[in-house]
Design a binder for this molecule. Sequence first.
Ligand code: BES
Ligand code: ZN
Ligand code: ZN
Length: 508
Amino acid sequence: MKTNIVSTASGKANVSALFFVKKSVQFSNVLSENAEKQVESVLNGMEDGPFEDLELLEIDEQSTLFVNAAKERGLSSLDHLRMAAFRLAKKASKRQIPMVSMMLADAAPEQFKSILLGLHYADYKFDAYKSKQKDAFQVTFEIVAGEQAAEFKKIAEEVAVENKAIVLAKNLINTSASDLYPEEFVANANTIAKYTPGLSIKVRNMKQLEKEGFMGHVTVGKGSSHEPYMITLSYDGSKGNGKNSRTSKDHLVIVGKGLTFDTGGLCLKPPKSMPEMISDMSGAATALAAIQAIATLKLPIKVSAVCCLAENAIGNKSVLPGDIFTAKNGKTVMVDNTDAEGRLVLSDGLAEAGLIGATHIVDLATLTGAMVRALGYAVAGFFSNDDALALNVINCGEACCEKFWSMPLEEEYADALKDHFADLKNTGSDAGAIAAALFLQEFVPENTAWAHWDIAGTAFVSKAWKYTDFGATGFGVQTLIELARRMSSASDKCENEADNGEYAAVEV
Ligand code: BES
Ligand code: ZN
Ligand code: ZN
C-alpha cells in the first residue's frame, strides 16, 4: 500500500472511493453538482436496487466505489471509518486496482487519521511460517486533501510511526513460543533500543534478578530451560527537544506481562486453551512497541517500560504449589496455583517502577480467563487507584477506538488473598479478575497513580474481529501512546492554569 497526499486530484486514479453513512455521503462538498445528483439517486435507491457495500458504479464518468462507513454494530463513527477504509483497501488489492483516489478535503484530521489507520491495518499480514509467501497487489491511495495537504502529511508521518509499533507488537505476539523465548525477546528489545534515538535499555538476567530479590521472575521462570529476564527501557522527553519549551514532570512507567509461553506450570492448562498462550507476552510486546513510538515521536514526557519476561514451563526445578517466596517489596507469597503466574512477575515489575521513580504506572497483562468471560474480546477491563488516570484511560481509549471498562478494586474480596503461612497467596475470590487486581495492588509503590489493564480478551482473537482475521490485535499500543501524549500536554495546562502538581483529565 502506498499513499500519496495531494491538494488537487491528479486525474490518474482508476477508481475514486466514496464513503457513505446511511443515505448521505461523507466529505461530500468536493463532488460536482451533477455527481451529487447521481450519488443521491444511487443512495436513495438503495432499498430497491441490488446495491451493496463496496459496489463499483459510474458517477459522472468516473468509476466510484461506494463504501459503507456505518456497517458494523457498536462502533464509534471514527472506528466505522477505519473499518470502511480497511474493507476498501482489501477490495482494491483483491481487484488489483492500481490507484484509488479519496476526496478528503473536508475531512477532520482525526477522520483522516482513522481512514489511514484502516488502510494500514489492511496491509498487515503474518506469513512468516507459510511455505510460500504471497505478495498482495500494491494499491496506491491518492488522498486529495485540498488546503489540508500539509497538515495531513504530518499526520501521516505520525500514523506511520504508530502503525510500525502496532506491527511490531503483533509480530512479536504471533511468533511461536519456541522462536520467541525470553532471551529472544531481549534481543529484539536490544535492537529496538539501539536504533531508536533517546531510548536506553537495562537488562537483568536470572542471576541479577535473584541477587536483587526480584523473586517473582525467579519463581516463575526457574522451571524452564529458558531463563527469565526483566528489561527496563527508558526515554526521557522531559528535557524538551527544542520544539517543546514546556514539558511534563510526570514519569509514566508501563509494565508488561511477558510470559513467552504459559503452560500453567505444574497446575497444567488443558490442551484446548494452551496454543493461545503464545500471546501471554502481549503486555510486554505492547509496552515495548508503545515506548518505541513514544520515543520516535519525541513526546515531551518521561516514559519507561518494564517487560517482565519468563516462560511458565514444567521442569524438575518448577515452582511447586505451596512454595513460598519473598517478593521484592518484602511481602511473602504462597504459590497456590502455578497457573496464576502473571501476577508474580508483575510484582517485580511494579517494584521496579517504584525504584525508577514512577508517578504513574500502567500495567498491561493477559492476566485472567475471568476477564475474557466477563468482557470478551471487544472490551478491556481495567482497575485503577486514581480517578483522574482512570478517566484519562477511558478517554484516550475512545479516541483510539479501543474500549475500556472500569472495574472495581472491591475490598470485600481482599481478605480472600490472605494465606495461613505467608502474607498472601496468589489466588483469591471467585471474582478472578478482581482477585488478580487486588493481588497486584499489594505491590503498587506508595503515592503512585496506577492502572491495571487486563487484556486477556482483547490482545488475541481466534476468530475474525474488526481488522484481525486471527491472532494478535495490537490492542493497547495506540491508547498508551495517546496517554503519554495527553499526559504531556495536560501537564502544560496545569502549569499554566493552576500549579497543583496534577494533570487534568482531558476531554475527547
Ligand atoms: N495467561 C493466563 C490468562 C489467560 C487466559 C490469558 C485466557 C489469555 C486467555 C493466566 O496466567 C492464567 O492462567 N490465569 C488463571 C488464574 C487462575 C489459576 C487463578 C486463570 O485465569 O484461569
Ligand atoms: Zn497462567
Ligand atoms: Zn499467563
